[in-house]
Design a protein around this ligand. Structure first.
Ligand code: FES
Ligand SMILES: [Fe+2]
Length: 385
């Protein structure tokens, strides 16, 4: 039996992923290849690079990338490495104007990645050389796709198009497509630096089982029995609630709803982990996204952004309510930290066997484990076992 075959068993017999998937640097590296680089994964928020001419370096599981917005507003992602001697091009967020200039020997790249100038490359005063073909030395572009305010990347360049891979989630939430999803701004973001493997954050997000004990406040109106499972094998899983109450301000205002929604969204909300590292929440009047940034086997930075249904909601008239909504979610997400960190600590126990799943309650978590196990097995040839 291969080591992950246990994970792939039916849920009433399956075990969870073994400890090294949470603790080993070697497995962490293998997962980066198999789970992040081979398909589409979340890199950053589009709002991280708001202005034309802005360049923002991002460490993507050890890969140095840079997100750049050109003068027309198009966002591109490049390998953040100069084609000359491999210098890092952009060390910190900056406004580069029209060109990305390497700080080492000043080779300059246009914002679409073309290599445009190579000073003294043919000797002092000679800015060209027949051996240096600029046309072949542009920055290496990384395939990217922006959906719901998140920049997704496919590092390998071999995944099918994003819209194809995630056709069913796009269809599931089609009622929101084509409507504005407006980034709430500085009062609508949160960051949590958490001492756990990134998968534990996914696993905890997938289930509502922990609600009564970890989120008593939330559970007081949206109870365990109001929830249902969401499972799409190999792509996403999570949970939905049949009871969602929009926030009311002291003077009785509510955030405006997305127009034209089917009635199911009147009192419902859905929470989905889009594999590998993007956690989404969708309500009639706002949405959020949590980007999990792995920082090693036992550390994850969780970045949260809230989105609203109209430009005006991002303006000053709604500032107080936005802040109250951020605070409400901050409390909920904070409540989850001790469990994800506790599960990480639990995995130091050498006799822990991956644990078992509740066949009734843990389906979405097992769905995620099956995806991890299947991808990892596909990435490692059987002969290497
Ligand atoms: S390394 Fe970039 S110009 Fe030389
Ligand atoms: Fe939770």
């Amino acid at each position: 039996m291969r080591p992950l075959d246990d994970v792939l068993q039916p849920i009433d017999q399956a075990r969870g992923l073994p400890n090294p998937h949470y603790t080993s640097a070697e497995v962490y590296g293998a997962e980066a290849e198999a789970l992040f680089f081979g398909g589409w994964a979340g890199l950053s928020f589009a709002a991280d690079v708001p202005e034309p001419g802005e360049a923002v370096p991002v460490d993507f599981l050890g890969q140095p990338l840079v997100a750049v917005r050109d003068r027309d507003g198009t966002l591109r992602v490049f390998q953040n490495t100069c084609r000359h001697r491999g210098m890092i091009l952009v060390a910190a967020r900056k406004q580069v104007g029209g060109v990305l200039r390497c700080p080492y020997h000043s080779w300059c790249y246009a914002l679409d990645g073309r290599l445009v100038t190579t000073p003294h490359v043919g000797g002092p005063g000679h800015n060209t050389h027949p051996g240096i073909d600029k046309g072949t030395l542009g920055l290496i572009e990384i395939r990217s796709h922006v959906w719901r305010g998140i920049v997704f990347v496919n590092l390998s360049g071999t995944a099918p198009p994003f819209e194809e891979v995630h056709r069913d989630l796009i269809a599931r939430w089609a009622a929101f497509e084509g409507h504005p999803q407006v980034y709430g701004g500085a009062d609508s973001v949160m960051t949590f630096d958490v001492a756990c493997n990134w998968k534990l954050a996914v696993e905890n997000y997938c289930e509502s089982y922990h609600l009564p004990w970890v989120h008593p406040g939330l559970n007081s109106y949206s109870r365990l029995e109001d929830h249902y499972h969401i499972q799409a094998d190999g792509r996403y899983s999570g949970q939905g609630t049949l009871v969602y109450r929009p926030m009311l301000s002291e003077d009785g205002r509510r955030f405006p709803d997305t127009p034209g929604l089917p009635p199911a969204w009147d009192a419902g909300a859905e929470y989905v982990a889009l594999y590998p590292n993007v956690l989404l929440g969708q309500h009639r009047d706002h949405a959020f996204a949590i980007l999990l940034e792995p920082r090693g086997p036992a550390r994850t930075v969780e970045r949260v952004a809230l989105f609203y249904t109209a430009d005006e909601v991002a303006g000053p008239a709604w500032a107080e309510m936005r802040a109250a909504n951020t605070e409400m979610w901050h409390k909920v997400f904070e409540e989850d930290i001790f469990v994800v960190e506790g599960m990480q600590k639990g995995r130091a126990a050498r006799n822990f066997d991956g644990g078992r799943f509740s066949p009734a309650m843990d389906g979405p978590t097992h769905c995620f484990h099956r995806w991890v196990a299947a991808r990892m097995q596909a990435a490692v040839p059987r002969a290497a076992d």
